[in-house]
Design a protein around this ligand. Structure first.
Ligand SMILES: N[C@@H](CCC(=O)N[C@@H](CS)C(=O)NCC(=O)O)C(=O)O
Length: 214
């Protein structure tokens, strides 16, 4: 199966899927997309009009949306590497719920604050940023409580919700710190120690250095 992953390593949803590929040990052909480049964006839009990354393609395969890509990986490679979605239905539902909470109420508001900060002052939207901060605080409260019962998101095994949590927490360290939340802090330390995260960092850190020096 020749799988092509269209992604950008700095994108949070791309990182979620990269971690899933690394955890499962599934090979793919990387296709790096820069949506900041208008020509590259226009070209990519021909393939996927919504122009969102990540996107997985292959022979008769066209799968946008990070969660659906991971569902596909788990269906196609159930015995490879880390099991990211448990077989047992109730456990699987819990993981999917945490994945949704993480994407919608942590990742999206972190992205909102990050992109607002890149805008010229007069174009910034302090009201939207305040709302995003509030959403993140609620998500932190929820995570803190849930991590006090389970060391990883949703179960005692590393899973899809952990793949989802890494990137927003990585950016949140600066944008909306969580250091005072002791369980999230310890959890992030455990995520940083995963070999899949170490592998991600090899590509991510140089990309961020380039981005910061612009
Ligand atoms: N719900 C989608 C979100 C994908 C998404 O929003 N990706 C961002 C990068 S992290 C993107 O493509 N942004 C470009 C844009 O909105 O123009 C998923 O889970 O894959």
């Amino acid at each position: 199966m020749n799988l092509k992953l269209h992604y950008n390593v700095a994108s949070t949803y791309s990182q979620k899927v990269l971690l899933a590929f690394f955890e499962k040990g599934v090979e793919f052909t990387p296709v790096s997309i820069s949506l900041f480049d208008p020509a590259a964006r226009a070209e990519y839009q021909k393939l996927y009009p919504l122009a969102k990354i990540p996107l997985l393609t292959g022979e008769e395969i066209f799968i946008p949306e990070s969660t659906i890509i991971i569902e596909f990986l788990e269906d196609e490679f159930p015995h490879s590497g880390t099991k990211l979605i448990p077989d047992e239905k109730t456990a699987a539902r819990r993981v999917r719920f945490k994945d949704r909470v993480t994407d919608l109420y942590l990742n999206n508001p972190v992205a909102e604050i990050f992109f607002d900060s890149l805008k010229p002052k007069e174009q910034r939207n302090p009201e939207a940023v305040a709302k995003a901060r509030n959403t993140i605080d609620v998500a932190y409260g929820y995570m803190e409580e849930s991590l006090s019962k389970n060391p990883l998101a949703g179960s005692t095994e590393f899973n899809m919700a952990d793949c989802a949590a890494f990137a927003p927490l990585f950016y949140a360290q600066k944008i909306h710190p969580f250091a005072q939340h002791k369980h999230i802090n310890a959890y992030f330390g455990r995520l940083m120690a995963r070999p899949s995260v170490t592998r991600l960092m090899v590509e991510l850190l140089p990309a961020l250095e380039k981005f910061n020096s612009k």
